[in-house]
Design a binder for this molecule. Structure first.
Ligand SMILES: O=C(O)CCC(=O)C(=O)O
Ligand SMILES: [Fe+2]
Length: 218
């Protein structure tokens, strides 16, 4: 697993440099500066076959970091939402603009046809934030198939202590402390998990606040 994550991580770094180039930035390391000691993680997922009661695999959502790099077997079930001109896309990092479940049953959705040895790559929340929505954090969802399905979803992330700012930042108050964003998302998505209860019970949010201040040199 570590070998795989390292290999995909190298692809992530290369894609971030190419993204900077594609955006016309002078600094090709604009994004990779955030990823030293990146909070990269991976979900190894098994989806059961659909049964009579439900075809729902994962509801529509966006992921939190810079890039999602996913591989799937030949079963299929992943759908992504393409950019839709004029469509409002929530800023998932704000408490009242959650993208969870958003547009779940509204077209358009594009089925990601499984192709052997092909990765599916799309931007996450931090990329949307930095590029001011030029690259949208891509909503996606999973429908169950008639067979079980396996995927590896790798998340290429900033460091926990990284502070992201928009390319066209106007005010010093426009930033995301990645560790705070990740923790907020985790607690919002998984309120029932033991880790969420521990974060609350053991007052880990105070530690997070200290880390946030450190990251911002406050
Ligand atoms: O199963 C997939 O292809 C995507 C999984 C996913 O969206 C996630 O784990 O966040
Ligand atoms: Fe996802």
């Amino acid at each position: 697993m570590k070998g795989y994550m390292g290999a995909v991580g190298d692809i992530g770094q290369r894609l971030l440099r190419l993204t900077a180039l594609g955006l016309g930035l002078d600094d090709m390391e604009h994004f990779t500066r955030l990823t030293d000691d990146g909070w990269h993680h991976m979900r190894v997922l098994r989806f059961p076959p659909a049964d009579a009661t439900s075809e729902r695999g994962i509801g529509s959502h966006t992921d939190y970091g810079l890039l999602v790099i996913a591989v799937q077997d030949d079963v299929g079930g992943l759908y992504i939402r393409p950019p839709v001109p004029g469509e409002e896309r929530g800023r998932n990092w704000l408490p009242d603009e959650s993208m969870a479940g958003r547009y779940e049953n509204d077209e358009p959705w594009t089925f990601v046809t499984p192709v052997p040895s092909v990765f599916t790559v799309f931007p996450g929340d931090i990329m949307q934030f930095i590029t001011g929505g030029h690259l949208l954090s891509t909503p996606h969802k999973v429908r169950l198939a008639d067979r079980e399905r396996y995927t590896l979803a790798y998340f290429h992330e900033p460091a926990f202590q990284a502070v992201a700012r928009p390319l066209d930042a106007t005010g010093a108050d426009e930033f995301i402390h990645y560790g705070t964003h990740f923790t907020n998302m985790f607690m919002r998505c998984y309120p029932e998990r033991a880790a969420t209860a521990r974060i609350e019970k053991e007052e880990r949010l105070a530690v997070l606040e200290r880390l946030r201040k450190e990251a911002l040199n406050l």
